[in-house]
Write a protein that binds this ligand. Structure first.
Ligand code: RB5
Length: 148
């Protein structure tokens, strides 16, 4: 699948390694920046770009790195059809896709290290939404909220 990755200065240190991991998993990776480690850059700019790339269908999944993952998730969820969350464990990373159709994963580079981040991304990208009636019903409730 096509995966878009982004990071502000808080997440910058993990981005290149994670880009290589995703590439090695045989996904096509789009890197929307940051392309330099600028301590004055702002996570909403990159989280918006990741979210809009997924929402427009140019990528099927997004990964956004910031210091905690929190600002990235708050921002990405403002974009219609984006279901983003911070996941710092592998269970949430795959269950969030299977039950909640999560399409943007947010990671805090100041919270976890590269090896756990790698395993979380492998879980996220390996997971598929389970199209059971109860999961579809719950997603439709979220979509109805989004449309209000
Ligand atoms: C940047 O210093 C930091 O505030 C940002 O990366 C992120 O942690 C926000 O949630």
């Amino acid at each position: 699948m096509i995966v878009v990755i982004g990071a502000d200065h808080g997440g910058y240190s993990l981005k290149d390694d994670l880009f290589s991991l995703i590439d090695n998993l045989n996904h096509k990776v789009l890197d929307i920046g940051a392309h330099v480690n600028d301590p004055l850059d702002d996570y909403p700019d990159y989280a918006k770009a990741v979210a809009e790339t997924v929402a427009s269908g140019q990528a099927q999944r997004g990964i956004m790195l910031c210091g905690s993952g929190v600002g990235a998730a708050i921002t990405a969820n403002k974009v219609k059809s984006i279901r983003a969350s911070v996941c710092h464990d592998t269970y949430s990373a795959h269950q969030g896709v299977e039950h909640d159709d999560m399409n943007v994963l947010c990671i805090g580079s100041r919270v976890i290290g590269i090896e756990l981040a790698r395993e979380i991304i492998i879980s996220f990208l390996g997971a598929k939404f389970i199209p059971e009636e109860k999961y579809i019903r719950r997603l439709n409730k979220i979509k109805n909220l989004e449309d209000q």
